[in-house]
Design a protein around this ligand. Sequence first.
Ligand SMILES: [Cu+2]
Length: 759
Amino acid sequence: MSRSLRIEKQACAALLMLLSPLALAVEAANQDPHAHHQMASAELDATLIEAAADELGARQVSQESLRSLAPSTSDTASLLRGTPGVSLNGAGGISSLPAIRGLGNDRLRVKVDGMDLIASCPNHMNPALSYVAPSNLGKLQVFAGISPVSVGGDSIGGTIIADRVAPEFAAPGAASLSKGEVGGFYRSNNDARGGNFSALHATEQFHIRYAGSYSKANNYTAGGKFKNSRATGRLGEGAGLDEVASTAFERRDHELGLAYKLGEDLLELTLGYQHVPQELFPNQRMDMTDNTQERINLRYLSQFDWGSLETQVYHEKVEHEMDFGPDKRFWYGMQSMVPGSTDSRPCGPIGTTCAAGMPMESEGKTLGASIKANIELSASDLLRVGSEYQRYRLNDYWPASGGGMWPGTFENINDGQRDRLALFGEWEQQVNPAWLTLVGLRFEHVATDAGVVHGYGHAGGGQLVEAAAFNASDRSQRDNNWDFTALARYNHSANLDLEFGVARKVRSPNLYERYTWSSWPMAATMNNFVGDGNGYVGDVDLKPEAAHIASVTFDWHSADRSHELKVTPFYTRVNDFVDAVALPGATVTPNQFNVLQYANQSARIYGVDIAGRMPLLRNELGQWGLEGVINYSNGKNRETGDQLYNIMPLNTTLALTQQLGNWSNSLEMVSVQAKNDGSDLRNEIQTPGYTLFNLRLSHRWDNLRVDFGVENLADKFYYLPTGGAYTAQGRTMSMNGIGWGTAVPGMGRSVYTGFNLSF
Ligand SMILES: [Cu+2]
């Protein structure tokens, strides 16, 4: 670390030195640039200030929606569901993977408190947002598609910024501050229950806060009746007709935050610990049987005459374990062990004829550092320069467990390394009251490597041959990636703003895409982070994917923004998109699971997202309004003509809202079109269209907030269009030992209630 960090610091210091004379000159011209900035803002008309509330290219999830949705979910990513352009790819109950305009998973830059966290799991069961509890979230912001280079990097689909609650201090001259919050929730469908507690003590200079939360849920049940003959599982047998197997979870989050004010400067230290004893996956062949994350985050924000400087260092350690959860184990019991047994070792000792599950371990370590300066060149010019460094290490191995998984340890990724070093500069300029522009350039060096591997120690599945070929290959890869973003906002009139931009964004392949090496179906099906049931093999020579994006937002609104309509058509072309192809010399068999290989392809996605709101009427029942979002994406592989996998079909959310005194209520209608097409290569499952209704009621008193709601009011049965293949139970180690062709059903009716009390 130390050498690269030194280089990075030197590089940044050099940049700052180059820029400081400029900053000084500007400062001399404008005695106090802060004051000028404020004055300039105050002179702008109200519409523009309102418009400027969102950063260029950003959409912020409102505090009210964060608060009102939190009791309805333990899955932080799902708080984004109403954000234009965002859809969710289903996974476990606390870790769905957000997608922006058809691009998800590692294609998005997800920053949690400024940390770039990486999923350390061959199924990406532990993505960044799964480490922040919904109750501890202070800010959630989305840069869809075109993200400024200062928040982007090593991603092509956009940026999600999740920050915990900001530190609070006692008012100047006031006594110290002690307060806290306690909350709880219950959701009927899956008996989800849990709570959150936080307490803080602060003086004018010092802040300490603890926040903890807990949640646990059983498997959920689908709406209506789920009796699908293609599912080989437990449905209709032991567990009830409607139960969706492998959807239970339990999570525990702890966080301790310390902050210290040094004059205008702020020093923050956050220690986090999360333990997930169980999270089951209905679209993976394994379940997460244990996951712990320890993180430490140190930030220092300093103010200068010329602007501000933020320095950050963080470290994250993840220990991740997978095996069969109870639903998958149940079916092994039916096949070869004691019927219905949940004992992990019904046969023994383990050997070629006795397998006791399949333990899989992933250990990830991330060390990151960044330094970013906001330099106010003048009242209208802001320069952001910065540098980021990240060092990531991964070991992914599967201890011997008997059967074909014997006698040695299978090394899936051994000594995986992925290191990034980035430099960026970005200039934001209020050209005149009508034009705000931003241009940025970012360079990122990404180095990946992995050590030699071996399989379980027998020749089955070509393990010896493929390991030897992999070990003989040159695995060290160096990518030099250039990103460019140009964005502008044009205030045409009091009723129309335009925001438009172009960008080039580059992402280097992740370690699983480059370094998984075995095409043996048992091993390859373990490597799958899209949840489609297929197996995937890496390619050491994968090139970084480069997206070229153009989009424009037409923003019509009344002067007070009570009426608003934003329409954003977009087009993205991705060169070297990491898609998949059939294995060399093999063909893909329809209507079953197959082993595929990652490959660079050319792809394009276009579409539009539309968001609007308007007041309806005011009567004795309060102020009524209407809000709506429409999303459409169309993704295609330009080489094969095939559709891209996991593109959310055309979908509409309409909400009737009511504000009456301290009540804030809404009735939502979510309509999703059928998926009649999809990726042929991956045998993507088609899903019928559906409409769901959700009711949400919230009431606030001074110190108490109570939420109540019903999701899926009509108890509609539906399949998740981007939830992958239902592999929740059955003999999942055999690639086609489970039935192909069933998507994962969504949750049936669920009544939820939650409260939050501040003290
Ligand atoms: Cu996993």
